[in-house]
Design a protein around this ligand. Structure first.
Ligand SMILES: [Cu+2]
Length: 328
């Protein structure tokens, strides 16, 4: 039987259409909502998260809200956030804790939700949308130690994460890390991308305007992380993406120990850089032997050039000498 060649094109076209539909379901209505948020210039002041421990249960109350954040000097982004900052607050719990999590959705325009990478839960039951001006409470255990991402899981996911709805949760290992006694100081760094607001093509293409640590491209240079010569430093690092990987690197040292995703069992020694996939995390430990400025960056150098650089300032007393930071 002779089948005309064009017949073979039909299934592949169909697959492409279906793939596009699955990738961005119900996107159009949400896009118009995003624009309307811009038009109303809604900016809700940051709200502190409520965190209360009762035995092994940790009650966490967070908000979803729309807040202006400064992502570069003088550049304001009308972000969708947890608690009014992007990244959202760093959460710290212990392996084996039960999280009783409440999301208050203060955004009057659209639903939001919470997806904790640190927990075991049925997403269709416990990572579900919380409607505008409503709240939802969900309970799940955090049984895996490590450094995890959390993010809004509402569709279209890409837009909610690109607009600022992500953060870090540290689940401390029950027995700690074997290197705990060696560590002199520790910091947290979340890498993420900012795109031109409401430019869905740029977001989909991964064409970021800024790639940043802890939400902007200047704070960790103007206010460097600090250490004393000889210190062993620990960084809890998370790459929120949404689209880029991070080749996390500290200039002027080697990484004595890296616990991939922050799990004490995933230990690597003597690395020069650690690759963090989008959503990946690590505990990174290193020694700074001499005084001076040590840039911290993603060695994806195009992303470093877009802002993903911090400075660790090492002085004799661990205090800031106030000098301008080394540029890199
Ligand atoms: Cu959201």
């Amino acid at each position: 039987m002779n089948i005309p060649k064009w017949c073979f094109l039909i299934p592949s076209c169909l697959i492409m259409v279906l793939a596009a539909w699955y990738a961005f379901p119900a996107e159009q209505p949400r896009d118009s909502e995003a624009v309307s948020v811009q038009d109303t210039k809604l900016s809700q002041p940051p709200v502190n998260p409520v965190i209360q421990r009762e035995g092994r249960t940790v009650r966490i109350e967070m908000t979803a809200q729309v807040t202006d954040v400064e992502i570069s000097k003088g550049v304001v982004y009308n972000a969708w956030t947890f608690n009014g900052t992007a990244p959202g607050p760093v959460l710290r719990v212990k392996e084996g804790d039960m999280l009783e999590f409440t999301l208050k959705n203060m955004d009057p325009n659209m639903p939001h939700s919470m997806d904790f990478h640190a927990v075991h839960a049925a997403p269709s039951q416990k990572f579900v949308d919380v409607m505008p001006n409503e709240q939802g409470t969900f309970t799940y255990p955090a049984n895996t130690p490590g450094v995890f991402m959390y993010h809004c899981g509402t569709s279209p996911l890409l837009l909610h994460v690109a607009n600022g709805m992500y953060g870090m949760i540290i689940v401390e290992p029950k027995a700690g890390y074997p290197s705990d006694p060696d560590i002199d100081r520790e910091y947290t760094i979340v890498q993420s991308e900012w795109y031109k607001q409401n430019d869905l093509d740029a977001i989909r293409d991964g064409d970021a305007e800024y790639v940043v640590f802890n939400g902007d491209d200047y704070s960790l240079k103007e206010h460097p992380l600090l250490a004393k010569a000889g210190d062993k430093v620990r960084l809890y690092v998370s790459n929120a993406g949404p689209n880029h990987v991070s080749s996390f690197h500290v200039v002027g040292t080697t990484l004595d120990r890296v616990y991939l995703d922050g799990n004490p069992q995933n230990v690597l020694y003597g690395l020069q850089s650690v690759l963090l996939p989008a959503s990946g995390g690590a505990v990174v430990e290193f020694t700074v032997t001499e005084e001076g400025d040590y840039p911290i960056l993603t060695h994806q150098l195009n992303d470093a050039a877009k802002g993903a650089v911090a400075v660790l300032r090492v002085t004799s007393d661990g205090l800031d000498n106030g000098e301008p930071a080394m540029s890199h």
